[in-house]
Ligand binder design. Structure first.
Ligand code: NAD
Length: 251
């Protein structure tokens, strides 16, 4: 590990106090090392698919099979990938520092698969399906889905219970995320380009409430000037080291 990064981790550790309220905001980058493609950048999901064709309510109405083909492919990828050391490090952190909330933009369930319990999912969950008529939702982990598009027992088409482009986030989840961000004393922002709103507002809200903001990313995000520290590198390499040092500090 570069000496610079080692020193940065040491200075970041200094901000944590026993009982600090910690919010961890994660994005697609934290799951990249699991093998799940991010949205943007090289090999990004939208290099392959046009979001207007496969990730909008209108597309679902006009071309449900296309939407489900993409979503079924994503579910197959998610199914074949395991949580990585960054997910496991966060789950471990929750065991010895109690005041932790994870707010994720990811739909892959990898935080929960790694053992995290306090997870707010801003953009839904790829394993959940929802009836487009009755609005009821449930978990269905069948991969691949036998017939596309899948249907509810009432006959209506199901939709993936994820937030499509142009749709509002679940109000209760978003309100809770805003509240947690405003109460945070430390916010770790991991693997997100911080360009998708309203998730990108959360670090700003935390900063306005005097939280210490720490970014972990391959490269500084567009809002890097907001951060008290930017740790550059892979989350799967940095998070286990950070959590190991926190465990040494608090145990
Ligand atoms: P994004 O694709 O816009 O940005 C990913 C960020 O992660 C980039 O800043 C990149 O530099 C960084 N990154 C890549 N690999 C990394 C690594 N190993 N360690 C640390 N950082 C790394 O992702 P976003 O900001 O989350 O964009 C938001 C949208 O992406 C959300 O709507 C989310 O639902 C969706 N998404 C989710 C998944 C998933 O569930 N795994 C996958 C693709 C897209």
């Amino acid at each position: 590990m570069a000496i610079h990064l080692e020193k940065q981790i040491e200075s970041v550790i200094g901000h944590f106090k026993r009982g600090s309220r910690i919010v961890i905001l994660t994005g697609a980058g934290i799951s990249a090392e699991s093998g799940i493609p991010t949205f943007r950048g090289k090999d990004g999901l939208w290099e392959k698919y046009d979001p207007n064709e496969v990730a909008t309510a209108e597309a679902l109405r006009l071309r449900p099979k296309n939407v489900w083909e993409m979503h079924d492919a994503l579910r197959q990828t998610i199914n074949s990938c395991e949580p990585n050391p960054a997910h496991f490090a966060i789950a471990e952190l929750e065991k010895f520092l109690k005041n932790i909330v994870i707010i994720t933009q990811n739909v892959d369930n990898k935080h929960q698969d790694a053992g995290s319990t306090s997870v707010l999912e801003l953009h839904g969950n790829a394993w959940r399906v929802k009836c487009t008529v009755e609005n009821k939702s449930w978990i269905d982990r069948t991969v691949p889905i036998k017939e596309l598009p899948p249907r509810c027992s009432c006959g209506a088409i199901l939709r993936p219970d994820v937030v499509f482009f142009g749709e509002q986030l679940d109000k209760d989840v978003l309100d809770e995320a805003y509240t947690e961000a405003a109460r945070a004393e430390i916010m770790l922002v991991i693997g997100t380009s911080c360009v998708v709103t309203p998730a990108a507002y959360l670090p700003i809200i935390a900063k306005q409430s005097d939280a210490i903001l720490i970014e972990i990313n391959l490269e500084p995000s567009p809002i890097y000037s907001l951060f008290d520290a930017s740790l550059c590198g892979k989350a799967g390499m940095i998070m286990p080291k950070l959590v190991k040092r926190l465990r040494e500090k608090f145990e």
